[in-house]
Design a binder for this molecule. Structure first.
Ligand code: NAP
Length: 264
């Protein structure tokens, strides 16, 4: 397990244990601080520094691969050399920013499963500071619609792809259960909080300035993606339900579960 303390990877660890795995090894730069569950073998290392990886990879059969683009190809080659027989990588839609992850995995020759989530529901925390401060959310491309996914669902799929046979060679596009506009998501957050939020649609340049605080150098890239979504909404796909046997988490449910993130 790489990324084992990350937003997705930590939940993959929990899913693996819940599904009965008793031989999970988790990678972290700081084992003492990792807070991983009992029964998990915790090893020191970081995907971004391949020199730390050989001992972590020794004896591993399957690997969950978190996306660290800069060193990905090298780490995949090391995994192949160490005898890893399946890589389940978590990147993004084909052809996007994370394509290099899938390319590196395929180049190393290890059988793979590609997980291709779209936007995470946790990205709604972009609005958290504004919602904590008042009832107005200044955003942009309010009509841009996509089907964000809960990280819990990505983790549930990842764990099954690690433990079950029959997934190798597949690429799984993963979304939440419904396509929602940004405006609808803000209104659903308001409902979860028992508040009436007002969505303000900013022009493009102003949106990029607004996003710069939480997103830094990715603000322009993210806003450009929203412009495309406003014209070409993303539809939901049923992969999570098909692979896990239960419905994917709705945004409304996610908002209720995580309402504290938006409370003053
Ligand atoms: N938000 C979206 O909509 C979206 C969509 C598709 C894909 N993605 C990508 O999905 C990934 C998911 O993130 P995640 O939260 O599950 O985390 P992750 O990238 O899978 O793993 C993060 C973990 O890597 C380890 N790490 C150690 N040193 C690090 C460093 N210098 N920089 C970064 N990580 C370091 C940390 O663990 P230790 O400190 O324990 O070593 C950290 O918990 C992100 O790369 C994101 O860009 C996001």
């Amino acid at each position: 397990m790489t990324g084992a303390t990350g937003g997705v990877g930590r939940l993959v660890v929990d899913e693996l244990l819940a599904l009965g795995a008793d031989d999970v090894r988790a990678l972290t730069v700081n084992p003492a601080e990792a807070g991983l569950p009992a029964g998990v073998e915790v090893v020191r290392g970081f995907l971004g520094r391949p020199s730390t990886m050989p001992s972590a990879l020794a004896g591993m059969d399957r690997m969950y691969l978190a996306p660290v683009i800069e060193t990905n190809a090298e780490v995949c080659r090391m995994a192949a050399a160490a005898g890893v027989r399946r890589i389940v990588d978590m990147a993004g839609a084909k052809g996007d920013h994370w394509q290099a992850i899938e390319d590196g995995v395929e180049a190393c020759g290890v059988p793979y499963v590609h997980l291709e989530p779209g936007e995470f529901m946790t990205n709604a925390t972009l609005w958290a500071a504004q919602i904590r401060a008042g009832d107005v959310v200044r955003d942009g491309y309010g009509s841009a619609a996509n089907a964000p996914i809960a990280v819990e669902d990505i983790a549930a799929v990842a764990a099954r792809c690690l433990l079950e046979d029959g997934h190798e060679g597949h690429s799984y596009a993963l979304t939440g259960p419904e396509s929602l506009t940004r405006r609808e998501r803000v209104l659903q957050l308001g409902a979860a909080l028992g508040r009436e939020l007002t969505y303000v649609d900013l022009p493009h340049d102003e949106l990029v300035r607004e996003l710069a605080a939480p997103m830094g150098e990715y603000a322009a890239w993210y806003a450009a993606g929203l412009r495309i979504l406003a014209e070409h909404p993303q539809r939901a796909v049923g992969t999570v339900a098909q692979l896990t046997g239960r419905p994917a988490v709705t945004f409304a449910a996610w908002a209720r579960q995580h309402a504290d993130l938006f409370k003053p």
